[in-house]
Design a protein around this ligand. Structure first.
Ligand code: SAM
Ligand code: SF4
Length: 441
């Protein structure tokens, strides 16, 4: 039997793409193995969102170069593959397959070429009109499942490589998304995460022409599904109806990740984000006016070219105003092909690091305050597993907070029996910056 090993870098979209790739390979008669040394085919599903991510891929590729002599075949998939294209064959001559995510539908035919001994197989065109649909997805998590609703991105944020690596937007039909959600529910999944670079610009290509809010409502009605999450939302396309949908149905988790990137209008313009700070705050106001307490999280880039100290402070002031529950923060990183490359006044690395540290400390204090406010509340928690080291169960609240807790009747997994996948009510007794702790009630 042919064997393969796959390693995945980057975002949830990549993680889910790998699940589809694995499913496709297994359906083609391949067996997945745990280590590259055991595999005939070694695949890296790569990320190129920042330069560090990209360097990691090439480093990893070099580590296993000597395995080639043992007859192994190497493939690079995902964003680095799409971005670097055939140049990968030059930089890493032991690679035989280079394919971007828009070509995965052709994976079976690319495998046939590889098996026939082809040394340079590529899948780099954005000619797949439809999203990558596969009945063979092999899911890593037995309780929470991802569903891609839209692939690619039609925005042109000046710092971002995604439009180049994932191509133009392609939405899946609502019927196909609902069919997948129904199948997942009948397999025992209770939580679904809808994925896309910009889920808000979802547009059903079938005559029903549903928008994202309509689709979200429908997924929330699927029998057996208890939690629905979605990521990521672009503020420009985030409409109030999404907040209304969350208010109407507790199955839709009350958490919205709404990346702002900067609190300065001048920087937002340079980033080509297509909204102002005021537009963004209007969306925050919709969420704060909701009946359910909606947790809000974001992404921030510090040190965008030309960002002044005062503009950086505008971002800190925005954090104070919004009071995010969590955020991902990054130093601006130059990316090939992007418009921001042409901007003058790039910020020194040390200065970016200084701003990042200040921002993270600022946000840490906000999170301690916000989490402390939850002490004494009872939170429905979806159990993900058990931490042997701390002797606590680990779960997540609907707001996506991590909650570590003890359970008087279940002091740990016994005889292979675990609480993972169940929902319990937990009283919050302690709070840290990144998680809560409590006791099941
Ligand atoms: N489509 C999503 C969006 O618009 O928010 C996610 C894009 S990306 C996978 C996730 C985050 O990476 C972005 O929100 C941004 O903060 C960060 N990012 C993207 N390009 C970057 C760059 N060149 N340098 C630093 N951070 C970057
Ligand atoms: Fe990148 Fe902007 Fe598209 Fe997000 S919306 S993937 S940041 S171009």
């Amino acid at each position: 039997m042919k064997t393969f090993y796959i390693e995945t870098f980057g975002c949830q979209m990549n993680a889910h793409d790998s699940e589809k790739v694995v499913g496709t390979l297994v359906s083609e008669g391949y067996l997945q193995v745990e280590a590259p040394e055991q595999a005939d085919l070694i695949l890296y599903n790569t990320c190129s969102i920042r330069d560090k991510a990209e360097q990691k891929v090439f480093h990893r590729l070099q580590q296993f170069k000597k395995e080639q002599g043992k007859g192994k075949v190497f493939g690079v998939l995902g964003c680095v593959a799409q971005q670097e294209g055939e140049a990968i064959f030059e930089r890493a001559p032991h690679v035989s397959l280079v394919a971007g995510s828009a070509s995965y539908a052709k994976l079976p035919s690319m495998l046939v070429q590889l098996e026939a001994g082809d040394r340079r197989v590529t899948g780099l065109k954005f000619d797949a009109e439809e999203a990558f649909e596969t009945p063979f997805t092999r899911r890593d998590n037995p309780h929470r499942a991802y569903i891609t609703i839209i692939e690619g991105c039609d925005k042109a944020c000046s710092y971002c490589v995604v439009p180049f690596t994932r191509g133009p937007e392609r939405s899946r039909t609502s019927a196909s998304v609902l069919k997948e959600a129904g199948e997942l529910a009948s397999m025992g999944y209770t939580e679904i995460q809808l994925l896309g670079q910009n889920v808000n610009s979802y547009r059903d290509p079938s005559p029903a022409a549903w928008n994202f809010a309509r689709l979200l409502r429908a997924v929330g009605e699927v029998n057996g599904i208890r939690r629905v999450r979605f990521t990521t939302s672009h503020p420009r396309d985030f409409v109030e109806d999404i907040v209304k949908a969350i208010d109407e149905n507790p199955v839709l988790c009350n958490h919205v990740h709404l990346p702002v990137q900067s609190g300065s209008n001048r920087v937002l313009e340079g980033m080509q984000r297509l909204y102002t700070r005021e537009d963004y705050l209007r969306r925050i106001a919709w969420m704060k006016a909701a009946r359910r307490p909606i947790s809000i999280t974001t992404d921030i880039i510090v040190g965008f070219p030309g960002e002044t100290e005062a503009e950086f402070e505008d971002t800190l002031a925005l954090l104070e105003e919004v009071q995010y529950d969590s955020l991902f923060s990054f130093k601006y990183s130059k990316r090939p092909n992007t418009a921001a490359l042409g901007l003058v006044d790039h910020i020194a690395e040390e200065e970016k690091s200084r701003r990042l540290t200040i921002l993270q400390e600022y946000q840490r204090a906000i999170q301690i305050r916000r989490n402390t406010d939850l002490i004494g509340t009872i939170e429905e928690t979806f159990i993900e597993g058990y931490n042997q080291a701390t002797g606590q169960w680990v779960g997540r609240t609907t707001q996506n907070r991590i909650l570590n807790f003890i359970h008087a009747e279940h002091t740990g997994p016994k005889d292979g029996e675990t609480l993972a996948g169940r929902y319990v009510n937990v009283r919050v007794t302690r709070a840290g910056p990144n998680s809560l702790a409590g006791e099941a009630v």
